[in-house]
Design a protein. Sequence first.
Length: 530
Amino acid sequence: MSGKVCPGCSTSSPSDFDDSSGHVACRKCGTVVDDSFIVSEIAFGENSFGAATVQGSFVAHGQSHAHTGGRYRGGGSSESREATIAEGRRQINMVAAVLNCPDFYAEAAQRWFTLAVTNNFTKGRKARYVTACCLYIACRMEKSSHMLIDFSDVLHINVFVLGQTYLKLIKTLNIRMPNIDPTIYVHRFAKHLEFGQEQSKVAKDALRLIQRMNRDWIVQGRRPSGICGAALILAARMNNFRRSIREVVYVVKVADLTIHKRLADFKETKSADLTVEEFRNIWLEQAHDPPSFNPKRAKKRKRVREVDENGEVILDEEDEGTLAPDAESENGDQPEQQQSPRRDPDGFVIPDAPASTSKSGGGNIEELLAGGSSLSNVAETAIENEISSIVDSQSSADLVEQLRTIHKEHLEKLKNSTVSDDPEDFGDIDDDPEIENCILNDREAEAKERIWTEFNKDWIRDQELKKLKEASDKRLGIHKGHKKRKKNKPRDSTSENMAASPAESAVEMMKRRAFSKKINYKAIEDLFDD
């Protein structure tokens, strides 16, 4: 009231205004200064017991009305939007507490969740998926070491479904997420690998390795956890720690194939040829080519040649370029230049095609083509002659004789062998190599048992806990007997005590149920009488 000024007479004294009618009016000139008299000051009053109570209601930002007593047994009603935001705030605080996220992470996630509700992103989706994505966005913005799979483990949800929700959310809100720096995970993963007092030293070497990988174009386009896992393996070996790839896989949560691939990429760089001391003290300024260049070069070195139905080799463009003779040398204007020998995919030199010894100057193209077509016939004839010489040789005849002898001995064994009628007798197949390969030896059986135990350890643990609980209940006298399942008898002519009439069937049904005073069983019997 002290700040109000009458626009008519410029009166600003509180005693010159009248607010008894619900609006503020000037007593001198009668001008209505304010017709919606709402004050934000806190007022107190007394109830019937004489206790002081606060008068008025609080309207927060974003609410359309003040909270009153609510509906009957409602305990405070609110809009659907406010209820959704309140539930999201509760879930965000719960997940943030489990993952040890600071409070300002949760506050930022709540603001992202409010934007998601405003854009109707929560409709048709579970709230825990959206809240987890909002908290992950807040962690990414603050460059925290939390990964999306951490939220999946806490909420027990599929990480791929959570990833799809995350991608749709950043697309809906038009958020430009910063790239993840692999170095933010180094100290977290190094702590789980238990390096002890050497943890800082191993982490320092891992950070330098990641910087070197970034210089050599290995980090771009790769998962940060895979880069960090490969760097930690190398850093552990540099400090005389042996950490297997399996141990690192359980910590960084990537496939072992990814770790092998990152290590192979780093092996191709020049930094991999340095010693430990040289790597720590020398920084190569020259950057290595990206790993995507290497498969291309390998493909050029090992080109696959296809063969058509006629057995002719189909050369690619590069081979055709190497085999194409020079136009000037064909015309004979220049002497024939010596070309580098052609090689096959295995590296062997391909001999040149046989050329005619007689060179006639007046030969035409048709004669040359006819001579070229006869080359294939000559090659086939040479192959047939070689096969015939091998077959007709003395060594091949001895080999054929040995095969005949072995075949006769095998037939004699089949005649003398007897098949046992005992299903447990496997004497006739003891010497079968295929059967022997099917049966595991002790070492293979132990390895298979170890693999099965590793994949089913959760089920084994649950079964053991169940047995321990049953034993504990039995000692305490708590025994829950298994209720026998009632078997339904077939209701056909083969069953005993089959009802002869509908009336008898109805009476039998009533006998199986509890006796009721409200049913006239006499009337039921008379109901089906003719």
